[in-house]
Design a binder for this molecule. Structure first.
Ligand SMILES: Cc1cc2nc3c(=O)[nH]c(=O)nc-3n(C[C@H](O)[C@H](O)[C@H](O)COP(=O)(O)OP(=O)(O)OC[C@H]3O[C@@H](n4cnc5c(N)ncnc54)[C@H](O)[C@@H]3O)c2cc1C
Length: 424
C-alpha cells in the first residue's frame, strides 16, 4: 500500500478549543500549519459535544476578566454577530458567555483559514514515529489511506493526549471509578422559559429526587441544569451522567454514547412531566459526540496540583490565568466544587504543557500535566484556548530559535503572548 507524504512547519493534531487557538497563533507567526481534526467541524467539546458556554474568562467572585488574546477575540466576534451573550451564574464558574454553536463553528473555521493554516477534517492521527526523543513523523488515516506528515514542531490537542502517549511520553489516567463522568448534552425547543425559570436550581434538584423516588425514572445526576440559548424557546441541558467509562477505549465510548442517549430520553420525559414550561417542549438534538471531561493527563515537566489551584499559586513561567473552581463530576449524584482562594486566580505554567522525554512536542487543553483535581479546574474552555495560543507561539519561537521546546525562555514567550493581548 502506498503511503502519501506531506511536510509542514507545525502539525496541530485535534481541532478543539485548544487546537484551534494553537493553529491560529502558529499560522499568524508566519509558519506553515496543518490542523487535523477527526470530526467534520472545529470546536470538539465546544461544538460537536453541544457545550455552548465559555467559562473561565472571568473569576467567579469579582468577575475580573483574566483571559484575553485569541480566546477573547473569538468571544467578541461571536458577540458582534449577536450570536452570544454574557450569562451571570449564581453558582459554579461565574459569568459565562453562551453562544450559538453553529456560529462558533463558522468563526473558528474562518479565523483558522484567515490566519493561513490548512485544515483537514475527517482524519485521524494514528501512528507516531519517534527517534531519540524527537518525533520524526505522524501517520494520518483517512479516506485517502495513510499519509505520513513530517513537521518541525508537533502540537497534541487531541484532548486525550493521543500523540504524547504514542510518542512514549509518560501520562496518568485516573482509575476508571475516579475518572470524571461523561455527559450527552441535549437541546429542547418550544420551552416557555419564563415559566420554567420560576423553578429554582434547588427546586429542580428536589423534583429530580422525587422523580427518582417515584420509581418511574432513572436520573443518575440530580443536580444537572438547563439554560437559555441565543434562540427563543430553545434550551440546552447538561444533566446526563455516564460514569465508569475510559473514553480512550472506543468500545466503552460506544456504550457511553448509547447510554447517554437513553438517559436523555429519561431527562426529557422528566422535564415535560415535572417542570412547568416544558409541557409542549420537544427534543431537537443530542450531542454528536458525548462530552468527555477527563482521560489521559500527561506527566510533564511540572504537574499542576489541586493545592496550586485552590491556593491561587503563581509561577514564573505562567502562560495563562485560571480562576475557575475545581468542578469534579464524580460518579455520585453530586458534583464536588472547590473555589480558588487568595486573589481568585492561579497560573498555568508553561512546564505543564511540556511532555517529558519528547523534544519537539507540546500539549494543550484538557490533557495538560495536572492531577485529577487540578485538571477539574484548568479544563475550562477559556483556559484550553489560552493554552492553545501559548503552545502555538511556543512552537513558533522554538522553530525561530532552533531550540527544543523546553529550552525557549519563558519570559520571551510571555512577552510575545502579551503583545498578542493575552493576559499572563
Ligand atoms: C459535558 C461537558 C460540559 C462542559 N461544560 C463546560 C462549560 O460549560 N464551560 C466551559 O468552559 N467548559 C466546559 N467543559 C470543559 C471544556 O469544554 C473542555 O475541557 C474543553 O473544551 C476541552 O478542549 P480541548 O481542545 O482540550 O479538547 P476537546 O474539546 O476534547 O477537543 C479535542 C479535539 O481533538 C479531536 N481528536 C481527538 N483525537 C484525535 C486524533 N487522534 N486525531 C485527530 N483528531 C482528534 C477531537 O475530535 C476534538 O475535536 C465541559 C466539558 C464537558 C465534556
Amino acid at each position: 500500500m502506498s503511503v502519501n507524504q506531506k511536510s509542514v512547519d507545525v502539525l496541530v493534531l485535534g481541532g478543539g478549543a485548544a487546537g484551534v487557538c494553537a493553529a491560529i497563533s502558529a499560522a499568524r507567526s508566519g509558519y506553515n500549519v496543518l490542523l487535523v481534526e477527526s470530526q467534520g467541524c472545529l470546536g470538539g467539546s465546544r461544538t460537536a459535544t453541544g457545550v455552548d458556554t465559555f467559562y473561565g474568562f472571568y473569576t467567579p467572585k469579582e468577575q475580573r476578566r483574566i483571559v484575553g488574546g485569541i480566546p477573547w477575540e473569538i468571544a467578541q466576534h461571536l458577540v458582534s454577530q449577536k450570536a452570544a451573550f454574557e450569562r451571570p451564574n449564581t453558582y459554579g464558574a461565574g459569568t459565562g458567555i453562551t453562544y450559538d454553536i453553529e456560529m462558533l463553528k463558522i468563526i473558528y473555521e474562518r479565523t483558522v483559514l484567515d490566519a493561513g493554516a490548512e485544515l483537514l477534517y475527517h482524519t485521524y492521527a494514528s501512528v507516531v514515529h519517534t527517534e531519540d526523543g524527537v518525533i520524526s513523523r505522524v501517520v494520518l488515516a483517512n479516506k485517502l489511506g495513510l499519509t505520513e506528515v513530517t513537521a518541525r514542531m508537533y502540537i497534541d490537542t487531541t484532548g486525550d493526549g493521543d500523540i504524547a502517549a504514542r510518542a512514549g511520553a509518560p501520562f496518568e489516567k485516573s482509575d476508571v471509578a475516579e475518572l470524571q463522568s461523561l455527559s450527552t448534552i441535549f437541546f429542547m425547543a418550544n420551552v416557555d422559559t419564563t415559566e420554567a425559570k420560576k423553578i429554582s436550581h434547588k427546586e429542580l434538584a428536589e423534583r429530580m429526587k422525587a422523580a427518582n423516588q417515584s420509581g418511574q425514572y432513572v436520573l443518575p445526576r440530580e443536580e444537572g441544569s438547563w439554560h437559555v440559548t441565543p434562540h427563543p424557546g430553545v434550551i440546552q441541558a447538561n444533566m446526563v451522567r455516564v460514569s465508569g467509562i475510559d473514553a480512550t477505549d472506543p468500545y466503552a465510548l460506544t456504550l457511553a454514547e448509547v447510554e447517554g442517549r437513553q438517559q436523555t430520553q429519561q431527562y426529557v420525559n422528566f422535564l415535560k412531566a415535572y417542570v412547568p414550561g416544558f409541557e409542549n417542549a420537544f427534543l431537537i438534538s443530542t450531542s454528536h459526540h458525548i462530552g468527555v471531561r477527563e482521560t489521559r493527563r500527561i506527566l510533564g515537566e511540572y504537574i499542576l496540583t489541586e493545592d496550586d489551584v485552590v491556593n491561587g499559586r503563581k509561577f514564573e513561567d505562567g502562560i495563562a490565568c485560571c480562576g475557575a473552581p475545581v468542578e469534579d463530576h464524580g460518579a455520585g449524584k453530586d458534583t464536588r466544587w472547590v473555589y480558588v482562594a487568595g486573589d481568585g486566580h492561579y497560573h498555568i505554567p508553561y512546564r505543564s504543557l511540556l511532555p517529558t522525554g519528547v523534544n519537539n512536542l507540546l500539549v494543550a487543553g484538557r490533557c495538560l500535566s495536572a492531577t485529577h483535581g487540578a485538571q477539574a479546574s484548568a479544563r475550562n474552555s477559556a483556559q484550553c484556548m489560552a493554552m492553545g495560543q501559548a503552545v502555538g507561539v511556543a512552537a513558533s519561537l522554538a522553530i525561530e530559535r532552533q531550540e527544543a521546546v523546553r529550552q525557549i525562555p519563558a519570559y520571551r514567550l510571555q512577552e510575545l503572548l502579551r503583545e498578542q493581548g493575552a493576559i499572563v
